[in-house]
Ligand binder design. Structure first.
Ligand SMILES: *[C@@H]1O[C@H](CO)[C@@H](O)[C@H](O)[C@H]1NC(C)=O
Ligand SMILES: *[C@@H]1O[C@H](CO)[C@@H](O)[C@H](O)[C@H]1NC(C)=O
Ligand SMILES: *[C@@H]1O[C@H](CO)[C@@H](O)[C@H](O)[C@H]1NC(C)=O
Length: 393
């Protein structure tokens, strides 16, 4: 169907044959004999995005669920995936305020010219499609956009820095794409509540303390991050509820600033290349329920103060696959309770430990950590309060 007359005709009439056909006949007329018809829209805002949607539809390369078949008439609010609402700047207007393409499996070479051309959009959710390209640079001009979910697509290129110019954005989900390169530090100090970047090919974290972040949920797992987790980045993430660094190539020692994540309930830094001992500051993590440091090269004794977190919220402390060589009575209690997992370490007399030779080899080549003083520093007034007597075994 042609849209060429469209933009010149702000108020529009549906041009019909003299005798109005029944709806089903009308469909046939439109489908079989495309004419320069004029469509009628309930609002001018819908009229002006109609050509944008039709143009995007023409770029769709795959649509196994037949979604776009519904993107035909002037009734845009009935299209699958489109949701209408009254825009904030005019409560009597009607516009597309939200798009939810989750699971539609639509393919298109780019979202440019579509996502960035829907001026009243507040939410764009497109999980599990096959969109390519990157985040269109024009999205920064969308004044109401606050949730952007492009997870599980085929987006590529560097981190889409366009989102740094979007102070209103609170939710950014770029999981399961093919983004590469560094993650800019500014993204941590925007107004984002949730930042999901896992399962890409990012390789560099910001190093500096950039200010205080508002992020509650941060997932950086399954990328190719290298280098250390710096004190600066941990300081700026003090509000975090969940932080997932799992399965990267992070190196260096654990900074005591990890113990400053006082709101965190899940901290997962498993399967990296971290080394050094556990900072005592971890005993300040009184809200943590899941703490995973398995699969690194951590060593030394497991501090009793950390195991005592198991008397509170800590339900799973996973330290397996490291080189720890000592546990005290509280830690043994937590092993018995199934809270602490220290399998595949170097703790003599416990079952399922590494061979003695392997441990000896590791201890022969152990490095040291900077700021050694900081490993016994406890940056909180009330770490999990120590009962006066040790547990009975
Ligand atoms: C608000 O929207 C209505 C419906 O589109 C329109 O008629 C009216 O002119 C708009 N008001 C302003 C102030 O733009
Ligand atoms: C970590 O680095 C090693 C060696 O460079 C590489 O083989 C491995 O794939 C990397 N792992 C991740 C998760 O990036
Ligand atoms: C504890 O956490 C580890 C690492 O995340 C996980 O593999 C394991 O299944 C968890 N155990 C329980 C009992 O939830």
């Amino acid at each position: 169907m042609s849209i060429s007359t469209f933009s010149y005709v702000p108020v529009v009439l549906l041009l019909l044959p003299a005798a109005t056909p029944a709806a089903s006949e009308l469909t046939l007329v439109v489908d079989l004999q495309p004419v320069h018809e004029l469509l009628q829209f309930v609002d001018q805002r819908l009229a002006s995005i109609y050509p944008i949607i039709q143009n995007f539809k023409s770029t769709i390369t795959s649509d196994p669920l037949g979604i776009t078949a519904s993107w035909r008439t002037s009734d845009i609010c009935s299209y699958r995936g489109f949701y209408c609402d009254n825009p904030p700047d005019n409560k009597s207007a009607i516009t597309v305020g939200s798009i939810d393409f989750n699971g539609f499996r639509l393919g298109a070479p780019t979202l440019e010219g579509f996502l960035d051309m829907l001026p009243d959009l507040a939410l764009f959710h497109a999980n599990s499609n096959e969109f390519e390209g990157t985040v269109p640079s024009g999205v920064a001009k969308l004044p109401y956009l606050y949730e952007l979910d492009l997870s599980n697509n085929r987006l590529t290129g560097p981190f889409p820095t366009v989102v740094l110019g979007m102070p209103g954005l609170t939710f950014l989900d770029l999981r399961f794409n093919q983004f590469t390169g560094s993650v800019p530090g500014q993204i941590f100090v925007q107004n984002l509540n949730a930042l999901f970047l896992n399962d890409n090919a990012f390789d560099r974290l910001p190093l500096d303390n950039l200010g205080i972040s508002h992020i509650l949920y941060l997932t950086l797992a399954d990328n190719r991050f290298t280098g250390p987790i710096t004190p600066g980045i941990l300081k700026s993430l003090a509000t975090l509820n969940e932080v997932l660094f799992l399965n990267n190539n992070l190196t260096g020692c654990l900074p005591y600033e990890l113990g400053l994540l006082r709101e965190a309930t899940v901290i997962d830094i498993g399967d990296n290349q971290l080394t050094g001992t556990l900072p005592l500051s971890l005993s300040c993590l009184t809200k943590v329920e899941q703490l995973n440091l398995a699969g690194n090269q951590l060593h030394g004794g497991v501090p009793e103060a950390i195991c005592r977190l198991g008397l509170g919220n800590l339900a799973n402390l996973s330290l397996s696959g490291n080189y720890f060589n000592n546990v005290g009575p509280w830690c043994r209690t937590m092993i018995e309770r199934g809270v602490l997992d220290v399998r595949n370490n170097c703790i003599q007399k416990l079952p399922s430990q590494r061979p003695v030779e392997e441990c000896a080899r590791f201890f022969g080549h152990m490095g040291t950590c900077p700021r050694m003083w900081s490993y016994s520093y406890i940056p909180c007034k009330n770490p999990h309060s120590a009962p006066t007597t040790a547990p009975s075994p």
